[in-house]
Design a protein around this ligand. Structure first.
Ligand code: FNR
Length: 395
């Protein structure tokens, strides 16, 4: 069995059945998940020889931060499913590696605690305690992912807390007002959301606490009811519009003093153009790892078209299906400036907590460094479409 498959097996052995189904399930028949992977096979790297790759540099910048590699942690909710300390070991690992960490609105831990965990080890890494090259800043680089509630006061509170906790960009997820139809999950974990894991959700927001009080729900004695109310705020099933997204951007700009705002879940050229017109600072081309719309376009195929249309006008990042360095190289060669990974670090967290997260991410970084050496790339700017042979081929 190949490497990510082994990780999945080990994570499955560690997780509860509900936890495993929640993390691994995809929309419908998993066609989108499968097509995400197949899209990578349609591009093949053309290695170059006798290039002086003795000095290689994977550093890049994202939203004004210099980071050691074009790889970040995709937002993933409810991390207590995978580890008793939830998001903290992940934020700590990201901080120690100097790579951007993105906290989900649906986190198990408070925004404040995650911010502190992300900084703690980042500071240590500057003394050679970890990281890559020991050159990262003392503060972790972190972004806040927003699931936009219909409760505007709650949105303001979340964004203000994120700013106060050192989150330097907001990523608004557009593809998940409601969880997609995921067969395994519908049969198990989704049910558990409403009836069993209220205690795994972070419910500390003061505006949300006031809402609980108004409804007479005590989160200590009624965790499931409290969890259900929170879920009604983040995955409420009631669609938003471009006007509301623009409102969220303005609000973020106001509370953050103009920090970057990004839209995640863009899959069409039309929406990418609209995002540019809206004035947002970047987009994440993503189909949520194939968990929302079954039979949707592969994110990598969407990426190519979107880069052609608006690549010079906005900062384009990518996620969905990245499992190895060659996937990173292909996404960057097709025009993404940065990639995020999700399931890879979820498996690491499930298997071995912070050490597991560090293991999978440092393995990905080592893979990238070696690939650059053997394929003739000195820096990430060398990844261009000319490095790829593209076209259908089955294997
Ligand atoms: C996600 N993703 C996600 N996205 C988001 O914006 N907020 C969230 O809370 C979550 N939660 C979440 C949970 C789980 C279990 C998974 C697998 C994914 C989507 C995530 O940010 C990202 O888009 C994909 O995971 C990237 O694809 P890969 O790397 O997992 O293939």
């Amino acid at each position: 069995m190949h490497y990510p498959g082994k990780l999945e097996e080990q994570a499955k052995a560690k997780l509860t059945q509900n936890g495993w189904y929640y993390a691994s399930s995809n929309a419908g028949q998993s066609h989108t998940h499968t097509t995400n992977r197949q899209a990578f096979y349609r591009h093949r790297i053309i290695p170059r020889m006798l290039v002086d790759t003795n000095e290689r540099d994977t550093a890049t910048t994202i939203f004004g931060h210099k980071v050691p590699a074009p790889i970040g942690f995709a937002p993933v909710g409810i991390n207590k499913i995978y580890h008793p300390q939830g998001e903290l070991p992940v934020a700590t690992a990201a901080g120690s590696l100097g790579l951007p960490y993105c906290l989900s609105t649906a986190g198990s831990q408070s925004i404040e605690d995650v911010g502190a965990a992300n900084d703690a080890r980042a500071a240590k890494a500057t003394d050679g305690g970890g990281g890559i090259g020991g050159s990262q800043a003392a503060q972790g680089v972190r972004f806040f992912q927003l699931y936009l509630p219909h409760d505007d006061e709650l949105t303001r509170s979340l964004l203000q807390r994120a700013v106060d906790s050192g989150f330097t960009a907001c990523i608004l997820t557009l593809d998940t007002w409601q969880l997609g139809w995921r067969h395994d999950d519908v049969a198990t974990s989704n049910y558990a959301f409403y009836h069993g894991i209220g205690a795994d959700l972070g419910l500390s927001d003061p505006v949300f606490q006031a809402r609980l009080k108004e409804k007479g729900i005590d989160p200590k004695t009624q965790p499931n009811e409290a969890g259900a109310l929170w879920i009604d705020n983040v995955w409420h099933g009631r669609a938003h519009t471009w006007e509301k997204a623009a409102w969220a951007m303005e609000l973020w700009k106001e509370v953050s003093g103009g920090k970057p705002f990004c839209l995640k879940g863009i899959q069409s050229v039309e929406d990418a153009r609209r995002a540019v017109e809206m004035g947002c600072d970047g987009i994440v081309v993503s189909n949520h790892a194939g968990r929302q719309v079954d039979g949707a376009v592969a994110s990598l195929d969407a990426l190519e078209r979107i880069v052609d249309a608006v690549g010079s006008k906005t900062y384009i990042t990518y996620d969905s299906g990245v499992r190895s360095a060659s996937d990173v190289v292909k996404a960057l060669a097709l025009g993404a400036k940065f990639v995020f990974v999700g399931r890879l670090w979820i498996w690491g967290l499930s298997i071995m907590g912070e050490a597991g997260v560090r293991h999978v991410i440092t393995s990905l970084l080592a893979d990238l460094d070696i690939l650059m050496n053997v394929a003739g790339f000195k820096k990430i700017g060398d990844f261009t479409r000319e490095c790829l042979e593209s076209g259908p081929k089955n294997y």
